[in-house]
Structure formats: C-alpha cells, structure tokens
Write a protein that binds this ligand. Structure first.
Ligand SMILES: [Zn+2]
Length: 254
C-alpha cells in the first residue's frame, strides 16, 4: 500500500509540473520562472494554492484574488498522471520498465495536450520520448529489436500512406508530419503486433469521438481534429492490455 500512496503523490506532483509544460512550452517561455500565477490577474500562487488537486478543491476552482475560474484540466491532468503511474506499476511491478514507461507517459501527456491546444507535435518532445523508448527496447530479455524496428517503420509508414492518400482525396493535409513521427516512436516501443493494435484502437476511438461530436453538433464541417490524443489512447491500451486483447482475438478467430 505504501508504494501505491507514494506513486499517487508522485503522479500528482509530476502531473502538476506537466501542466506547466503544456501551458508554457508552446509559448517558448521558461518552465521554471516566473512562479505559477493566475492567468488572468497575474496573482502569484502562494505555496498552499499550488498543491495538486487539493488547492483546486480548497479554492473551489477559482483564483483567490480575482475569482476567475481555474480550468478543470489542471486537476484532471494531475489525476490522470497518477492513474497512469498506478496502472503501469500494477502491470509491470517495481521494475526499471515501469520507471521508463512513467518517464515516457509523462512526455506523452505533454505531447497529447499540446496537440489538443495547438495541433502540433514538436520534434523536441518526440526526441525526448525516444530516450526512454530506446533504453526500453535494448533492455535484455524484454523485446526483439527487429520486431520493434519493424513496428516503427510499419506504423509510421502506415500513417504516411494515410496522409498521402488523404491529401489526394481531400486536397489538403489529413495527417501531419508530427503524427507520422509520433507513430514511429509508438511502433518502436510496441513492435509491429501491438503497434497494429494501437493503430486500430486510435482510429476506433477517433471514430467514436467524432461520432459523439457530430450528434451533439459541436463539429464544424472540415474542422481539423488533432490525431495525437487518439494515438496516445491506442498506445496506453495496447501497452497495458495488448497481449490479452491479441490472445482473445486469436481465440475468437480459431
Ligand atoms: Zn486571478
């Protein structure tokens, strides 16, 4: 139980830092200075106003100075980080794999939400993400480098083709270069089998979300939707439940 509690606290604290990265990196401002402040009135947060999740509850979701509502996304990302850390711990135990995957998913969370905000996936963040992935796949006994390289080339190739034919069909970019590079990183970690699964899940989840959006009429025609978040969902599900899903699928089709 001790480890779980520590992981939750660590997840909340790192999630709080990821919030800063998501907000500041696209603006190219320092992530350490100035200290956290209200986006509306510039009121600098006192230490007790900067505690993950708890401060949001104490402040009832408003700035203590100007009462501007604070986005629910801040506590959401903090809780999400904790949940992902716990999931990784449950499935991979107290191992170096878990550590590397926690580092990777911290970067994935930043990539995902910056993509939501700006529709861009930066090269710097992808290269940063390649570091834990590269260490992960060379760890002895975990994976077969050939399979992983095939996953990287296969998955990014698939995204490239979709982008290529999408451009012919719709006369505009349907898949950004960022998505193709992100597919490379995901394929490299998962290998081709789980990589294909992640690919399927990302398109399925995108289809579901677009369907929900279109019935609630929140979707303008030809509105651009960032694809990175769906790739992150595919990555998480394929990484944690991938083998089980593939096993189940093969059983079904025997
Ligand atoms: Zn304020």
């Amino acid at each position: 139980m001790m480890i779980e509690i520590l992981l939750i606290i660590l997840g909340l604290a790192i999630g709080s830092f990821l919030n800063v990265c998501i907000y500041r990196l696209p603006k190219h401002v320092s992530i350490s200075k100035p200290r956290s402040h209200c986006l509306k009135c510039d009121n600098q947060l006192k230490p007790w106003e900067n505690i993950p999740v708890l401060s949001y509850i104490f402040l009832r979701g408003k700035c203590s100075n100007c009462h501007t509502p604070i986005s629910l996304r801040y506590p959401f990302i903090e809780i999400l980080t904790s949940i992902i850390f716990l999931l990784l711990y449950y499935y991979y135990g107290l191992t170096i794999q878990t550590l590397l995957l926690c580092v990777l998913f911290s970067i994935v969370i930043v990539i995902t939400f910056i993509d939501v905000d700006t529709q861009l996936i930066s090269n710097e963040l992808l290269i940063f993400g390649l570091i834990p992935v590269s260490i992960y796949i060379v760890l002895p006994g975990l994976s077969n480098i050939g399979t992983n390289l095939l996953g990287a080339i296969g998955l990014s190739g698939l995204f490239f083709l979709i982008g290529y034919f999408g451009k012919i069909l719709y006369k505009e970019d349907s898949m950004g270069m960022g998505d193709i590079k992100y597919a490379f990183v995901i394929g490299l970690l998962l290998g081709w089998k789980s990589g294909i699964l992640a690919f399927g899940i990302s398109f399925l989840s995108a289809a579901i979300i677009i369907f929900i959006y279109s019935i609630t009429k929140n979707l303008k025609p030809r509105q651009k939707i960032p694809f990175g978040p769906f790739m992150s969902i595919g990555l998480l599900i394929a990484l944690i439940w991938g083998e089980k899903i593939i096993e189940w699928y093969l059983l079904f089709y025997k």
